[in-house]
Design a protein around this ligand. Structure first.
Ligand code: ATP
Ligand code: MG
Length: 393
């Protein structure tokens, strides 16, 4: 019944000259997600509007589902688009559309007509009142409500004419690829996939790094992380995942340093390696799923000690979220069920019974001095031997 969708976008409408860049990124992302939907779509723009028009039959629900995964869209409006064959013809299309969509139901409505083309013979006010009258005459069950109507009857006079009465909320955020690239430290937990998704929603493309420690962490733990990367890629686009073997580094720290400092020391090496991979791959920041106070390694003191080894900005979008708030997002983006699968990740294998919660940076640095010499080589080797997987849905 609908030829396709009118796509609404907010923030990107106000970016001055950059607007074209933003619109074009949004269009290519829409084309990308619609490629997996049954049907053939043409995505195009006209000042302030983007259309995803179907050529022939298509999977309506599938298209909506795909479009609700696109960052930068604020509203998805199933649309009837007609040629301008005069006002009487327009009215008969509106009537047909209302009958098909709502039958003889009783509801309140308000007409909202807009003219992008000022040479149309009626102005918006005239259109509003004349279309309103015609609908009232045609459907005895209808009432006008100018303040909070059940249904807005939108009519847009442009090169062609758009008619739509429904707006399905979009994801919001900014189109992918409009804000550079960042490196997500992706573990098998609940928090880091959510963190990656949240930053990406601002238009940032993702790469990811996962540290595993075979044989202490299993192949299934690794597959779980690959699956998480694939799940977030439904929103973020393909994710280049670097899988780093961390076993030697972890064992070496375990042998040389006080065990209560192990987690912090490991996290410092993770950050160093992730930062090196980030720079090599053109990423402009790191992303973690840290949240204040959640575990010993996430107190302000611990975060200080971890952060001290990085010079790239570290983005921590869930830093002030409660666990339940993070879980809510994980449920919404469908990563939760995978995140709670019980496979160990490399932090849990060696954790001390009583890890330091208020690490002193000087004492951490002193412990690290015991590692110099061999550890640089281990880091270089871990980076060199990292396995790369492109995770995509
Ligand atoms: P998550 O639920 O994301 O696993 P967490 O509550 O288990 O987080 P930590 O294990 O302290 O917290 O990890 C904090 C952050 O460090 C994670 O959110 C993630 O960004 C990163 N991280 C931890 N372990 C790994 C790992 N094995 N590989 C990559 N990144 C990791
Ligand atoms: Mg974890």
């Amino acid at each position: 019944m609908y030829q396709g969708f009118l796509i609404k976008y907010a923030e990107i409408g106000v970016k001055g000259k950059n607007r074209y860049l933003f619109e074009d990124k949004l269009i290519s992302r829409i084309e990308e997600v619609l490629r997996d939907v049954d049907g053939k779509f043409r995505v195009w723009k006209e000042s302030g509007r983007i259309y995803a028009e179907a050529e022939g039959d298509y999977d309506y629900d599938g298209a909506i589902e795909a479009l609700t995964r696109v960052f930068g869209i604020t509203g998805i409006c199933p649309m009837v688009q007609i040629a301008d064959n005069g006002f009487a013809d327009l009215c008969s299309h509106i009537i047909a559309h209302m009958r098909e969509t709502y039958g003889e139901r009783a509801y309140t409505f308000k007409v909202k007509a807009r003219r992008a083309r000022k040479n149309y013979p009626l102005d918006s006010q005239e259109m509003n009142s004349r279309i309103g009258e015609i609908l009232l005459r045609e459907f005895p069950n209808l009432k006008v409500d100018v303040h909070t109507p059940d249904i807005w009857v939108n009519v847009e006079i442009r090169a062609r004419i758009n008619i739509y009465t429904e707006t399905i909320p979009g994801m919001g955020g900014m189109p992918l690829g409009t804000a550079g690239k960042a490196m997500l430290l992706l573990s098998g937990g609940i928090d880091s996939p959510v963190a990656g998704y949240m930053v990406s929603r601002r238009g940032v493309e993702l790469e990811a790094t996962y540290f595993h420690a075979p044989p202490y962490t299993s192949e299934r733990a690794k597959e779980k992380v690959v699956e998480l990367a694939r799940l977030i890629s439904r929103y973020t686009g393909p994710v280049k995942l670097h899988i780093v073997n961390f076993t030697d580094i972890q064992m070496y720290i375990y042998d040389q340093c006080p065990h209560e400092q192990l987690t912090i020391l490991m996290r410092r090496y993770m950050m160093r390696i992730a930062e090196r991979l980030a720079r090599e791959n053109g990423c402009l920041g790191l992303i973690t799923g840290e949240s204040i106070g959640q575990v010993a390694s996430q107190t302000l003191q611990s975060l200080n000690a971890t952060n001290a080894v990085c010079s790239l900005p570290v983005y921590r979008p869930v830093i002030a979220f409660d666990k339940q708030e993070i879980v809510d997002v994980a449920l919404r983006i469908n990563t939760y069920e995978t995140s709670i699968l019980p496979y160990e990740d490399c932090c849990t294998t060696f954790v001390a019974k009583h890890p330091v919660t208020k690490p002193n940076l000087a004492s951490i640095e002193k412990s690290e001095q015991k590692l110099t010499g061999q550890i640089e080589q281990m880091v270089a080797e871990a980076i060199e031997t990292a396995e790369v997987v492109i995770a995509q849905s």
